[in-house]
Write a protein that binds this ligand. Structure first.
Ligand code: DC
Length: 229
């Protein structure tokens, strides 16, 4: 069966990583979480004193950008994988709100995107990958054989996030979660560098009314169509 590249793009909190991981597992492909790469780059900048809550020292970061090496390693115990920054496991720390906010800011810089896109293209050189992000089907792999663009209504995504927060015992009112979803959509789609945009040849998947099982079934069918021929 021929190996392909699967690009999964879409809005925040619409289940990109759930779909991408599940498909990678099914296909025996490598899953690459490019959001984790922007988060790891932001962590590097924070640790090196190159950014804080107010400023980014762009010139100094530009000079050190080649020192950022990111890779993903399978967990030896249990399922899943961890993100490594220069040989160190940073999986938990990159999931904090502080790093998420820093990643959102650092991802607007062209030279940061250039370096990470270069690393992503290198990771996909031999195909057999499922990569998720915002610009995979448009910038990183415009030649990807299967492109999915995920969306769900802002209200549904806010409700999912609200439920998650409640499960973790975090008190937040629904309206502010919804406002945050709408704000992030705006930032993702309006930034100057590689804004989130559906590629012309991407398949739009609105999962507002789909269960994870229905979604997986659909995606596996699309994958089979692309690989069997
Ligand atoms: O998907 P995420 O929340 O882990 O992404 C972290 C940040 O990186 C988010 O602000 C969007 C940005 N990002 C990006 O600009 N391009 C990508 N390919 C992936 C993520």
């Amino acid at each position: 069966m021929k190996k392909i590249i699967v690009a999964v793009d879409g809005y925040s909190s619409c289940g990109k990583s759930t779909i991408a991981k599940s498909l990678a597992n099914y296909a025996g492909y490598t899953y690459i979480d490019t959001g984790a790469m922007y988060r790891a780059a932001a962590l590097y900048a924070i640790q090196e004193g190159l950014m804080n809550a107010e400023t980014i020292h762009e010139q100094a970061l530009r000079e050190k950008i080649g020192n950022i090496h990111i890779d993903f390693r399978r967990r030896t115990a249990g399922e899943g994988q961890d993100t490594f920054l220069n040989g160190e496991n940073v999986e938990s720390i990159i999931r904090t709100l502080e790093v998420a906010n820093a990643a959102s800011r650092i991802s607007t810089l062209a030279f940061v995107r250039e370096e990470l896109v270069r690393q992503q293209q290198e990771m996909g050189r031999d195909k057999g990958i499922v990569m998720d992000g915002r610009d995979i089907g448009t910038v990183v792999f415009p030649q990807a054989e299967l492109k999915l663009f995920l969306t769900a209504s802002p209200e549904i995504r806010a409700q999912r996030r609200f439920d998650e927060l409640q499960q973790k015992g975090v008190e937040e009112d629904f309206q502010s979660v919804l406002n945050n979803v709408i704000e992030r959509d705006y930032r993702d789609t309006h930034r100057e560098q590689s804004p989130l945009k559906q590629a012309d040849d991407a398949i739009l998947l609105d999962n507002s009314q789909l269960t994870i099982e229905q979604q997986n079934e659909l995606v596996r069918k699309l994958f089979e169509e692309k690989t069997v021929s």
